[in-house]
Design a protein around this ligand. Sequence first.
Ligand code: ADP
Length: 482
Amino acid sequence: MKILLASSEVYPFSKTGGLADMVGALGRALVKAGHEAAIVTPLYRGIRERFPAIRPAAWHFDLPLGLERVQAELWELERPGEARIYFIEQPDYYDRAGIYLENHLSYADNAERFIFFSKCVVHLARYLPWRAEMVHVHDWQAGLVPALMLQEKRAGWGNPPPTCLTIHNLAYQGVFPAAAFALTNLPADFYAPDGVGTEYFGMLNCLKGGIVFADSITTVSPRYAREITTEELGCGLDGVLRENAGKLTGILNGVDYAEWNTTNNPHLFKPYSVTRMAGKKVNKRELQRRVALPVAEKIPLFGTISRLAEQKGVDIQLGALEEMLNSNIQFVQLGSGSPEYERAYRDLAARFPGKVAVQFGYDENLSHQIEAGCDFFLMPSRFEPCGLNQLYSLRYGTIPIVRATGGLDDSVTDFVQNAGAANGIKFFEYTTRALAKGIRKALAIYQQPGLFRKFRRNGMKADFSWNKTVNEYLKTYQGTLK
Ligand code: ADP
């Protein structure tokens, strides 16, 4: 099968979160399963310097965007065993310091930037001699592709391939003032107030357009697929999702174990595995040293890596830590995002010197070291479509403490669910108290070395590899083709 993927971020070229990891890994998994996959993504600043093998693809875009025409060039990269990557070079749009924002402010022209990107995707789907049989788009940035393809069909594209939309996070929908609709150059009926269109409460909603016009929809865990059809977690689109529930499925993300492993990983201080755990102690010691916490083997070390956004449960985490840091524990945090949250973490570190280490910014290397060096990993998300860090934690023998929501609930097994297979701690209520109780449970497990080892072993043996995930995507593609 020939699958064209489209995403505004792809690891290792660009990344702000799980979307990049997922699309990079899906491309590779499709190729490994014997299919042909190509990924389209913008050429952001610095990518060409980091990947000098990227070549011009001798393809020029000259596409309408509202009343203007916008030009772009295509670049490509082939790597053995990987999906081919097509990069859209449009310096005015993509050669910037950030991907979506700068100094905590979204770019004012994000509608233009990603509507143009979506048009390039459609153009490639239609005119590349390599004829894609399936077009799989990700999140709002490519959400208008199915609508744009339908319009091309009306305008003479004989037999366009079917489309699949994956929602990685319903909270980000690409909502813009109605005037932005003109940039799509779609006829007015695509902006229909009766709900069958890209219009939503008088605004252009790129993700809603994808939900309405895609042939199939997936999201990144079975539980999140159910949750987004409810008012509580539907982010205003639950009604539209219920209407389209027949084409919606939840597929848990896989982990790229070639990147995220403890046996052959240049980021780690020492390799370790489920049968040779001594190396984990070295990683703990070196992590403590690196983030300037007292080196102490016996003190339980908790960690977090996340975007500092409301979704991630920062408020209850700050409250629970405030309470629990009076015990003999350490906490290390890596994150970036809201300046208020950064300030709150800095305050926490100042109040608990020698117990709390906070690092801000994006740091791939440190993220592996936190996963490897900690004893427990905190993910108290308000909602979590899939979540990758709890999956990485399991493989790294770092016991996850998670709120039972979305993919966190689907991937972590607690003692009450299955005592023999437990690999993490779950709590249900979104409160400081419930999280603090989860941390107390962790401390109780830590005091019982046999039990602690068992949780770790269960986690490290759990298999969230892409083999299973890719088969589910292929099933979805095949179902859509029919
Ligand atoms: P989301 O996509 O909502 O941010 P996920 O858990 O699905 O959350 O994926 C987050 C990904 O981004 C993980 O690979 C995580 O390690 C990474 N990440 C998040 N923040 C940072 C950071 N400050 N430095 C390095 N990696 C980070």
